[in-house]
Design a protein around this ligand. Structure first.
Ligand code: ADE
Length: 252
């Protein structure tokens, strides 16, 4: 899969993608990340990319011409490229959106700076707008990095085992159960007995219970969206009681 990042700050991307899983995926040729400097598409002598808004107001806005020329350059190589504008005004990015984007072979990620881009870019030249959360970053670059990371790990061959992506948090809208490794006792804090039992059925049911419990405690909104079995619902019914006694024990 190819990502073209349309940005005024291509250097921001040099180090994050040299490391670890994404770095290896690039080395293996599974993904390609190309920086497109929007400034290179400005035609004037000073390569100006921003201007003050019509009607007045604070700050500068990114000009339409260099951005559209950059998008057209990317599309001239591959007309099927999906163009995404990163903005806090976009649709919230989540695991389903990551999965959907991973089905495209070529994404162009437009990173805004300053007070954003001329409205005509958004209206006529991008396919969708995405936000990574309800907070305002200094630009879309970090949002593009988050998106590239989340999408890349879903591509075949990027993670060591295909299973890890299928089983991790959010693949079914639930949070992952706790994980423990050696030592079995660290400063008096021991691993739950059941995990040392070798009883795979019991371990699997414990993990499911912990998944449900953790999701219920931390993200009750996700429980409402999850596809739960009859057995899950039974386990869930026991959790509010546990929560009460835990809170009583915490002195709340
Ligand atoms: N640019 C600035 N803030 C952003 C956000 N929260 N998501 C995506 N792009 C952004």
């Amino acid at each position: 899969m190819r990502f073209d990042v349309l940005t005024l700050f291509p250097n921001m991307f040099s180090s994050p993608f040299q490391e670890s899983i994404v770095g290896k995926a690039i080395d293996k040729g599974l993904i390609e990340i190309r920086m497109i400097n929007i400034r290179d598409f400005a035609l004037d002598k000073h390569q100006i990319v921003d201007d003050a808004p019509y009607g007045g107001g604070q700050g500068m806005v990114m000009k339409v011409e260099p951005i559209v020329r950059a998008i057209e350059f990317v599309k001239s190589e591959d007309a099927s490229t999906r163009t995404v504008y990163l903005t806090p005004q976009g649709k919230p990015f989540d695991q389903n959106k990551a999965r959907e984007l991973s089905s495209h072979s070529h994404l162009a990620l437009l990173c805004g700076r300053y007070e954003g881009v001329d409205e005509r870019v958004r209206e006529f030249f991008v396919d969708e707008e995405i936000s990574i959360g309800d907070y305002v970053l200094t630009g879309g670059e970090l949002a593009a990095m988050v998106m590239i990371d989340a999408v890349s790990r879903l591509l075949p061959g990027v993670l060591g085992s295909e299973r890890s992506a299928a089983e991790d948090s959010f693949c079914e809208s639930l949070l992952e159960h706790p994980q423990y490794i050696r030592p079995s006792n660290f400063r008096g804090k021991s691993v739950p007995e059941i995990l040392l039992s070798g009883n795979h059925e019991a371990i699997s049911s414990w993990r499911r219970r912990e998944t449900l419990k953790r999701t219920f405690m931390r993200r009750p909104d996700l429980i409402a969206k999850a596809a739960l079995t009859k057995e899950d619902r039974k386990l869930l019914q026991e959790i509010p009681k546990e929560k009460e006694s835990q809170e009583a024990g915490d002195g709340l």
